[in-house]
Design a protein around this ligand. Sequence first.
Ligand code: TYD
Length: 137
Amino acid sequence: MHKATVFDCNIIHLPKIYRTAGSITPVQNNIEIPFSIKRIYYLYDIPGGEGRGAHAHKNLEQLVIAASGSFDITIDDGRNKKTVNLNRPYMGLHIKPYIWRDISNFSSGAITFVLASSLYASEDYIRDYDEFLNFRK
Ligand code: TYD
């Protein structure tokens, strides 16, 4: 099976509809993003200096958005790494299966908003980096 590389994980520019009273960004299944959303979750109240992630998924696709504030995501396919700073609520990083991710440098009050293609499944996680590298061989 072909596994995605970090070069297949792109920033998706979502629509931003301007209003003088504020902006709106719509996200629709298979239109603005290339998968159907089964789950939404968000990280918040993240203490300064904390890191999140440190795992990969076998099947899950995600779009990760800085709904508020900013943070860095480093993605890793076992061969290449790419670090992206997310800091706009209308930009998301599309993370494909078998990509290791680390999230760090959260600004104060940051909200990491995640659109996910599957329901939560603990067996979909790869939490050991050496095991991840084995999968990538
Ligand atoms: P985890 O995905 O490891 O968090 P992060 O990668 O952001 O550090 O999840 C942390 C805990 O939350 C873990 O015990 C599983 C639980 N969890 C759910 O129950 N449902 C979910 O949708 C998510 C994302 C996590």
